[in-house]
Design a protein around this ligand. Structure first.
Ligand SMILES: [Zn+2]
Length: 488
């Protein structure tokens, strides 16, 4: 049998770690705070990456690469930016056996080095827009880490764009957060809320930040991607001016946006169960596994038959594999493939072969049913589509069931429980998404955070019209509708 997985109801955090380790997605490394992404985990990232990259290119972006090391003085040019990132910086002071004249930091994000270069490349409106993306690793020193969700070094993409006008840049920031939403909902099957961050939660150096927020099975929020409208902050810090269409010099308008390997964590946490990993078919390396039931007298014939089924599946465009290893029992193999999250298992033994059918087992629902062997290709495609849809619907229902309208502070505290309660975090934890009106004052937000650890995840973009009523935290007239939650 596969290694034991702690049930979600017992200890959600341990359940998550058990899945990541047992499904061989990632491992701890000798470097504190840094993880090793193993091939099965990396393959999920590659699929996410491919979907993102295709959409970036469809929306006119190009990939480029900038240095890992950034002169410390660059970071200091944008006051809010350095203040936000300084506590997390790793700094290189020695190289080539000598102390460096100026230390470098390992990039925590690349706005500063990129805008230092944009200064050389942008002179006129004809040079705009610049729509660049970089796939890279970044480092933000973390004291408390969690595989995929929070590590000091992680992989990501960072888009950095330069525009002639505020309007164009704001449209770009919105366009890219919508790209994120599309990939995350369609391929990761994770429903998200999209909206603006509060001042307290926005990116250091941004005018405003848009984010997509998902709900995990312990009802905590996970920020799955952010897109920032940077205004002219970085252009001013790096003196990037262009001659506009009226012949006047003006500072360039900017955006930046990013998603990371944290998305792999989001997909694991959203769909998996107490048997192991559950993956959306579009991200699964193996979408179907054929497990033949092997007996000595019929082994050769059953394997030959299974090879034919494999060829049919592949011809139908399904990523399939055949597990003909006879050193393990079928039961052991079933549990192992369930642990690995393969969406569909096909069982075929001598009796099935004689009857002209195979047995399908769905990973998401556990449902089992027979399928005529001749229809295996079309049926597999159909079932994979159904699983993809079901995972999204199931996650959306869970989120909606755990989203509640809250109208006053006492209810808010009761909803989240006090900070410190439920420290282990289980799937039965209090809370969820609190849908509430907010006055816009950071004081209210800070107080709630101190007492319950809940923060404003976002001000949902499509729900800010016609706000009437009073702030659920202080009773003052409300200006926004906000979603509050505890978050990863
Ligand atoms: Zn208030």
């Amino acid at each position: 049998m596969a290694d034991k997985i702690t049930p979600r109801a017992t200890d959600y955090s341990q359940w998550y770690i058990d899945i990541v380790l047992n499904a061989k997605l990632a491992d701890y490394s000798p470097v504190k705070g840094s993880m090793v992404i193993r091939p099965r985990g990396y393959a999920i990232w590659e699929r996410i990456q491919a979907e993102m990259d295709r959409r970036f290119k469809e929306t006119g972006h190009e990939n480029a690469y900038f240095p890992l090391l950034i002169p410390m003085s660059f970071l200091q040019k944008e006051a809010d930016h350095v203040k936000g990132f300084k506590p997390e910086l790793a700094v290189v002071t020695h190289a080539g056996g000598e102390e460096l004249e100026e230390p470098y930091c390992i990039r925590p994000t690349s706005e500063t080095i990129i805008w230092a270069m944009y200064k050389n490349w942008i002179q006129s409106w004809r040079d705009l827009p610049l729509l660049y993306n970089q796939w890279a690793n970044v480092m933000r020193w973390e004291k408390r880490t969690r595989l995929f969700l929070r590590t000091s070094e992680f992989l990501w993409q960072e888009g950095h764009t330069a525009h002639e006008t505020q309007k164009e840049a704001e449209e770009e920031a919105l366009r890219m957060v919508e790209v994120y939403r599309d990939v995350v909902e369609r391929h990761l099957c994770v429903p998200v809320l999209m909206g603006m961050k509060s001042e307290a939660e926005k990116f250091a150096g941004a005018v405003h930040t848009l984010s997509i927020e998902a709900m995990m099975q312990d009802k905590k929020a996970l920020q799955a991607g952010t897109s920032h409208y940077l205004g002219q902050n970085f252009a001013k810090a790096f003196d990037v001016q262009f001659q506009n269409r009226e012949g006047k010099l003006e500072h360039v308008y900017a955006t930046s946006w990013g998603t990371s390997t944290r998305l792999v964590g989001a997909v694991i946490m959203t769909h998996s169960d107490d048997k192991g990993l559950v993956l959306p078919p579009s991200l699964a390396v193996d979408q179907v596994v054929i497990v033949p039931i092997l007996r000595n007298d019929s082994k050769v014939a059953v394997i030959a038959h299974a090879e034919g089924l494999l060829a049919t599946l592949k011809a139908a465009g399904v990523r399939a594999r055949l597990d003909s290893d006879d050193s393990q029992s079928p039961g052991w193999k079933f549990a192992e493939w369930e642990m690995r999250g393969v969406p569909v298992r096909v069982e075929v033994g001598p009796k099935d072969m004689a009857a002209g059918h195979v047995m399908f087992a769905r990973r998401d629902t556990g449902e089992k049913f027979t399928v005529p062997a001749g229809e295996i290709g079309t049926k597999a495609v159909e079932v994979l589509e159904a699983i993809q849809k079901n995972l999204f619907e199931r996650a959306k229902k869970f989120r909606d069931d755990n989203t509640h309208v809250i109208t006053n502070y006492d209810d808010m505290k009761a909803f989240f429980g006090l900070a410190g309660e439920d420290a282990a975090g289980t799937a039965n934890a209090k809370g969820g998404f609190a849908d509430a009106l907010w006055c816009g004052d950071a004081v209210c937000e800070t107080r709630l955070k101190a007492e319950t650890k809940a923060t404003i995840r976002c001000l949902p973009h499509d729900r800010q019209e016609g706000i009437h009523g009073s702030c659920a935290l202080c009773g003052a007239p409300a200006r926004h509708r906000a979603v509050f939650a505890r978050a990863y």
